[in-house]
Ligand binder design. Structure first.
Ligand SMILES: Cc1ncc(COP(=O)(O)O)c(C=O)c1O
Ligand SMILES: N[C@@H](CCOP(=O)(O)O)C(=O)O
Length: 531
């Protein structure tokens, strides 16, 4: 497989090159030259692989379609090393949790996917939360009022896909754990080192730091918006004392951090001199790893290849749902891809109107789903590249020129815009603080399940798009403990805390506050690594 840039550079590159390179030299994002196609027979075979051999084997099968410069036995070993019950808490790695329908369907086990084949081997969140969660779950399930008749349709085939049972309690671990192992493998093979520059609104940062800490030849410089992450997220990152981890709190919002990452990456001399790489979803490897759990979710929610499912995805940087787009382009029978935003509704606005209008930092709201406080969605460029027939020159004109000059572009009159829903399956919606609280309360009251504020945004919007006969899978993107204040506000009690995070907020911190200036970040990097 070769990769090319969304902004027109068609120099063919291999996977391991773009893994280390991150952003393309022309400022674009890397995309595969084509999407390998999965027909019904192949999908059936993949279902059998997943059922009989598990998530790591499925990951290997899918990744091999895109990676032909790592020998197959090595790639398989990397997948097996990454996706283990020890790291992700359950044998299923991304179990589906059925919300409701127990009484409506008359089945026994609340937690077992009724159509799926890969039964979770544990109660919800047992990997991260332990026995207590399981007991509460069982108690709550038995004390539920009967689901009102009018809600049965709504709740039939309504699932959460658990993606947040990894080391840092957010879906980012799913890809970041693999990335850590891929980087280590490839750097050792080349005898090289890498300085990773990343931007986080709260979850990418800790996932990357936990995945890279102690790894030979890797340093991490992680930019975060000063004072805007939850106390738990700050503690997760800033309490790390490893010499190869550098936390830089930037006086700005997430978009300022991401802009700095791109500006540094676009200074090609600096990038080469200091061997700068990326771990954000601008790195194709992140997206590729995320494609796998769309397949795993599909296999659990369906019994045959003739069935379709929809996914609802809490969205900010458009990386997670873009992986769903890739899965759909490969032929996974996805009906709708529901883009759920918070009050920072740039993406919802585009999918409703055709106008993509990025917001300035001062217009980016500080919300109770803070990891989605993003107003410039990096991966959106990847979807527009596909939507516009992979016309790199046009994508460049929109993302490099129109956005810089006017802060927006308008595709409402373009015939392609009509295909957004009909051909690509995208729909969208928005969730506010009040929606979030109401959804957290509702899901807890009905099902005894506590969901985090981002997942709540996904559930709220998903409910607007449920269709009879099509399972709806909401991606659970974080665990509630990361956002305890909102859970307290919604439910009046503390979310459960995994024992390993007890007292994390009181640990000594290592963090440097810097203004949102590219040069200051470059100076810091130059001082802390050898050229
Ligand atoms: C908890 C959580 N939910 C949702 C999102 C949005 O995902 P994406 O940026 O891939 O759209 C993020 C951050 O990216 C997140 O950390
Ligand atoms: N919500 C993210 C923002 C960065 O997203 P990424 O997927 O591009 O790394 C975060 O938690 O940092």
């Amino acid at each position: 497989m070769h990769y090319l840039s969304t902004r027109g550079d068609r120099t063919p590159r291999k996977f391991c090159d773009i893994l280390l390179e991150g952003l393309a030299p022309d400022g674009g994002l890397y995309m595969p030259a084509h999407y390998p196609q999965i027909d019904a027979a192949r999908l059936r075979a993949l279902r059998a692989v997943y059922r009989e051999q598990g998530y790591a084997a499925l990951a290997f099968e899918l990744l091999s379609l895109y990676i032909d410069d790592i020998p197959a036995p090595d790639l398989r070993r990397l997948c097996e090393k990454t996706y283990t019950p020890e790291v992700f808490g359950t044998r299923a790695i991304t179990p589906l949790k059925k919300l409701g329908a127990r009484r409506a369907l008359g089945v026994e086990s609340e937690n077992a996917p009724q159509r799926g084949q890969f039964l979770p081997d544990s109660p919800p969140h047992s990997g991260a939360m332990g026995q207590e969660a399981g007991k509460k779950w069982a108690a709550a399930a038995h004390s539920q009022p009967t689901i009102p008749k009018s809600d049965r349709l709504l709740e039939d085939g309504f699932y959460l896909e658990e993606l947040s049972n990894g080391p840092t309690l957010a879906f980012k671990d799913m890809a970041m754990q693999l990335l850590g192992n891929l980087f280590e493998y490839e750097l050792a093979r080349r005898g090289e080192a890498l300085n990773i520059l990343g931007a986080t609104s709260g979850d990418t940062g800790s996932a990357a730091e936990y995945a890279m800490r102690g790894k030979r030849g890797i340093r991490v410089f992680m930019l975060s918006p000063h004072g805007r992450m939850s106390p738990f997220q700050q503690a997760q990152m800033f309490s790390l004392q490893d010499a190869n981890i550098h936390n830089l709190a930037i006086e700005g919002v997430f978009d300022d951090c991401q802009d700095i990452v791109k500006a540094v990456s676009n200074d090609l001399d600096f990038k080469r001199r200091y061997r700068i790489g990326t771990v954000n979803s601008i790195n194709w490897a992140r997206l590729l790893a995320q494609v796998v759990y769309y397949f795993a979710g599909y296999f659990q929610a369906t019994a045959s290849e003739s069935e379709k499912v929809s996914f609802s995805v809490p969205s900010g940087n458009f990386g997670n749902v873009c992986a769903g787009h890739v899965a759909r382009m490969m032929g996974l029978p996805i009906d709708r891809l529901v883009v759920a935003t918070n009050e920072n509704d740039v993406l919802d606005e585009f999918f409703r109107t055709g106008v993509y209008r990025v917001r300035a930092s001062r217009d980016t709201h500080e919300t109770s789903s803070p990891s989605m406080d993003i107003s410039k969605a990096s991966n959106f460029e990847r979807f527009i590249f596909d939507l516009l027939g992979r016309d790199g020159a046009r994508v460049k004109a929109l993302f490099q020129d129109a956005l810089a000059q006017h802060g927006q572009f308008d595709l409402s009159a373009d015939p392609a815009f009509a295909e957004v829903r009909a051909r690509y399956g995208f729909v969208s919606g928005k969730s506010t603080h009040a929606d979030r609280l109401a959804t957290i309360r509702d899901v807890y009251a009905r099902f005894g399940v506590t969901i985090d504020p981002h997942t709540a945004d996904g559930v709220k919007v998903a409910r607007e798009y449920v269709q009879p006969g099509v399972p709806m899978i909401v991606l659970e993107t974080a665990l509630p403990i990361k956002f305890a204040a909102t859970i307290r506000e919604a439910l009046g009690h503390e979310p459960e805390r995994p024992a390993r995070f007890a007292g994390i907020e009181n640990l000594p911190r290592r963090v440097q506050v810097l203004p949102a200036e590219v040069q200051r970040v470059k100076d810091y990097i130059a001082q802390h690594c050898d050229s």
